[in-house]
Each structure stands twice: as structure tokens, then as C-alpha cells.
Design a protein around this ligand. Structure first.
Ligand SMILES: Nc1ncnc2c1ncn2[C@@H]1O[C@H](COP(=O)(O)OP(=O)(O)OP(=O)(O)O)[C@@H](O)[C@H]1O
Ligand code: NI
Length: 307
């Protein structure tokens, strides 16, 4: 059974334009995703595609003006506000994209540990610090005394020693030295091999592929494809969605082939398939109907032409 299931998730914000006019911005549309224990699922997509909002929806920390529909299930049961409050920071851990999530008034060592007296906790925290090349003295510092990279390593330490069953890591490696970034990925893989589920949000497909089992490709607030990591190879002919193929082929080490146009913005989404305006295979049908996610070759795709 999936540990976490995200079903038909949509998130919108209301924007006021002037005194009386309101506009609803759909930023996540009908998103599907599931993750099993022992799995690393990478979520890749360009900036603004809704990756962080997905992380925040899972953790139950969406901003107050966000409206969410659809459902989340954890261990087969609805993940509601009460359940989230009980699990957050314990079974569910977040490595936030922004380092501003640290408590500015608390020394970092104490923030990483959940208890101030437990010797095992202290050992675990010191081990995590050593793993991420943080000096023991860092324990006694306040967040404002840390560099961005150090703060990120503190956040990683917190999530990886929490004993969580699901870790949602939102862009955990930018700003880290290559060696520490590699160690971070290695540790995620190790935690997954021990039974943890890891949702790795990133726009760096290359490094995600080093450890991921599955990859969910995001475009304009929805998943357009869920593929196995092995499908990202060669010229991408195993991939199902034209956007995933384009994303793969745009990498410098592949063909570096860029596609014209840009991701549509919330508030001006096309009526049909979100990718249709940039898709070479688009037909008239694509511009009028938003395709549903469907099973294809042991993966999922949201395209009527994929075969
Ligand atoms: N509080 C908010 N109010 C209105 N719109 C928001 C809010 N938070 C996020 N958005 C919009 O939702 C969309 C998705 O944002 P999100 O931060 O999830 O993207 P992302 O994929 O994580 O991008 P990045 O790779 O840059 O981190 C963006 O268009 C963003 O402007
Ligand atoms: Ni983000």
C-alpha cells in the first residue's frame, strides 16, 4: 500500500484586483502522486510549477489564503488537520526550500534535537552534523550566525534524524558543496533503503536520477508524467509525455535542445492540455480538452497522443 497518496489535488489563491474585482489563480490542477515505503520519488519541474506548494500541502502548512481541494491519504487513511498535527515533525518531516524556517531565537543544536536531555538524541545530532561537515561548535550558534549553506545542512540534520517515515525534501542541495550535496543524496537513498519514503523536490533531474526510483514531472501545476528513473536515458524515447522528453533533451549533456515558449502562468492557463501551446504533436482536441492522467507502460501520463 502507498504510504502517501495525493489524489486530484488542486490549490488556488484569490487575488484582489482593485477594490471589487477578484481573480482566482489556479496554481495546482488535479495533481496525482503516490509514494511507497522504501521509495525515492523525485518531483522535477521548472520554477513556479507548484513543487513547493505540493510540499506545503502534504505538511499542512499552506498559507491561509490558499484554497485546497482533492485529498491526501497517509497509510490508507485521510490525512486531515488533526492527523497532520500529530505526525508533523515526527513521522512526517520537511526539509524546507527556504532556510527561514529555522527558529531565529533558538540555538541550532537544540532545534535539531527534539529533547534536551536525551543522550541518544545528542549523539544522533552530532553524527548528523559530522555527516554534513558541520563543526560541533555550530550547535551553540543562532540561525543568524549561519551561512545559507550551513543553515541548509542544519535543516537536513533535523529531517534525517527525526525518525520520519516520510521526508519531503524541497530543493535540499542548492548552495551546498558538491561533496556535501552528494552525501545528502546518498543519505536519502540510505534512509529509503531502510524503509523511509522520500519525496525529493528539485529542478536538477541529473542529481535526482542518481537516487530516485520514480520521477514525477511537473508542468504548470500538475503532474504530466510519472516514469521510472530508468526511462530517463538515451534520447528519452522511453518517456511518455512530450514535455518530459523536451525537458530531458534540453539538458546540456543531452541534445541541449530548447523548446520555444514558456510555461503558462496561473491565471492564464490554456483551456485544454496545459502543454498544448508548446507541443509539436498537439491536435485540435488537445486545445479543447484537459487530458486525464492514464496508465501507460508501467507509468502514468497526461497526454492523449502518448503511446
Ligand atoms: N501565497 C501565494 N499567493 C499567490 N500565489 C502563490 C502563493 N504561493 C505560491 N504562489 C504561486 O504558485 C505557483 C507555484 O509556486 P511554487 O512555489 O510551488 O513553485 P515551485 O515549483 O516550488 O518553484 P521553485 O522551483 O522556484 O521553487 C507560482 O506561480 C507562485 O507564484
Ligand atoms: Ni519551490
Amino acid at each position: 500500500m502507498a504510504l502517501l497518496e495525493v489524489m486530484d489535488l488542486s490549490i488556488s489563491f484569490t487575488r484582489y484586483r482593485g477594490l471589487f474585482r477578484q481573480q482566482t489563480l489556479e496554481v495546482i490542477n488535479g495533481l496525482q502522486l503516490s509514494i511507497n515505503p522504501g521509495e525515492v520519488v523525485a518531483v522535477v519541474g521548472s520554477s513556479g510549477s507548484g513543487k513547493s506548494l505540493l510540499a506545503h500541502a502534504i505538511m499542512g502548512i499552506l498559507p491561509g489564503n490558499a484554497r485546497m481541494t482533492g485529498s491526501l491519504r497517509y497509510n490508507g487513511e485521510p490525512l486531515d488537520a488533526k492527523k497532520l498535527a500529530a505526525l508533523r515533525g515526527k513521522e512526517l518531516a520537511l526539509v524546507p526550500q527556504s532556510v527561514n524556517y529555522l527558529d531565529p531565537l533558538m540555538k541550532v543544536g537544540a532545534q535539531v534535537r527534539s529533547s534536551s536531555t536525551d543522550k541518544a538524541e545528542l549523539d544522533a545530532q552530532r553524527k548528523a552534523f559530522a555527516r554534513y561537515q558541520l563543526d560541533q561548535k555550530v550547535e551553540q550558534l543562532y540561525p543568524f550566525q549561519l551561512s545559507g549553506g550551513m543553515a541548509r545542512r542544519v535543516l537536513l540534520s533535523t529531517a534525517t534524524i527525526s525518525g520520519a517515515k516520510l521526508i519531503v525534501a524541497d530543493e535540499p542541495t542548492p548552495g551546498l558543496h558538491q561533496e556535501v550535496a552528494q552525501e545528502t543524496l546518498r543519505r536519502f537513498r540510505e534512509l529509503a533503503d531502510e524503509g523511509c519514503a522520500i519525496l525529493l523536490i528539485t529542478h536538477d533531474i541529473e542529481s535526482a536520477l542518481q537516487i530516485a526510483d520514480k520521477v514525477a514531472v511537473f508542468y504548470a501545476g500538475t503532474t504530466v508524467e510519472v516514469a521510472s528513473a530508468a526511462d530517463f536515458s538515451g534520447s528519452g524515447q522511453q518517456l511518455r509525455h512530450p514535455y518530459s522528453q523536451a525537458l530531458w533533451q534540453s539538458l546540456p549533456q543531452n541534445e541541449f535542445k530548447l523548446i520555444p515558449g514558456s510555461q503558462p502562468l496561473p491565471g492564464s492557463l490554456p483551456e485544454g492540455c496545459l502543454f498544448a501551446p508548446r507541443c509539436q504533436q498537439a491536435s485540435a482536441e488537445c486545445s479543447s480538452l484537459r487530458p486525464a492522467m492514464r496508465d501507460l507502460r508501467a507509468g502514468l501520463v497526461r497526454c492523449i497522443h502518448a503511446s
